[in-house]
Design a protein around this ligand. Structure first.
Ligand code: FPP
Length: 237
């Protein structure tokens, strides 16, 4: 039964599959091993690098991951610093990204807008990664950093109204003002670590997504779980 939210012109088969991941459970993974939370995040970054490779080899067209939310700034400063460093590490994996023909993209509060909090070195890492992978033609890896979906949608509605004050605001005019309007709808949304919430991630883009919840912590997530998530699409397409 087709989902009425899925535009008929953008079926996964014609535009390539879009997988989105809420990478949860790093802290608990570390705690179970008697390690500091930061060790869980470090392991999570390694997992992400593996999943990028696995997704690219499966010809997934778009992989979008929740790297750091607008709510995550309240974590202890040392943990925030560690996670920011891991983003710089990920964005610095240029040789690997190029070898896998992966193009980097980013969504989040634009650096120069009120409330935005992305520090300069992370801004630079994001800009460099986008620039150094821009000629790649394979999978688009979008990292959500300083990202919150409700802020994104509210900003999009405001911009739609400001740009066309006399025109009706509708789903198309809002979609055109999202951080990355070219991102297609999410086909499957993954959340790890036994949590069954969407947590303000891609609320607009994932309106018709299948959702794959797994008890597996993000550092333990692998190709097997990715394939299980993808199987949700072939089973019901
Ligand atoms: C959730 O685990 C994870 C995060 C808030 C940060 C995500 C960061 C990574 C996976 C590191 C690598 C990713 C990038 C993009 C560099 P949690 O700390 O909420 O775990 P818990 O719920 O077990 O405490």
């Amino acid at each position: 039964m087709p989902d009425p939210f899925t535009p008929t012109t953008q079926q996964p088969t014609s535009r390539g599959t879009h997988v989105a991941c809420i990478m949860d459970g790093n802290g608990r993974w570390a705690k179970r091993r008697g390690l500091p939370r930061t060790a869980g995040h470090t392991a999570g970054e390694e997992t992400l690098a593996e999943i990028v490779r696995a997704a690219a080899h499966r010809n997934i067209a778009y992989l979008t991951v929740f790297g750091f939310s607008t709510e995550n700034w309240v974590r202890p400063p040392s943990e925030v610093r560690h996670i920011l460093g891991l983003h710089r590490r990920l964005f610095g994996r240029i040789d690997e990204l190029n070898a896998n023909n992966v193009r980097v993209n980013w969504i989040g509060r634009p650096f120069d807008e009120p409330g935005a909090r992305t520090p300069g070195p992370v801004q630079k890492a994001i800009r460099d990664a986008i620039n150094d992978t821009k000629h790649n033609t394979g999978m688009v890896l979008t990292v959500a950093f300083d990202y919150g979906s409700r802020i994104e949608i509210a900003r999009a509605a405001q911009r739609a109204q400001t740009k066309r004050p006399t025109k009706e605001i509708n789903a198309d005019t809002i979609a055109a003002e999202l951080y990355a309007p070219e991102l297609p709808p999410v086909d499957v949304l993954v959340r790890t670590s036994g949590e069954t919430r969407i947590s303000n991630f891609l609320l607009w883009q994932a309106a018709s997504a299948r959702v794959y919840f797994t008890d597996c912590s993000w550092p333990d997530f692998g190709a097997t779980q990715l394939d299980e998530a993808l199987a949700l699409l072939t089973a019901t397409r």
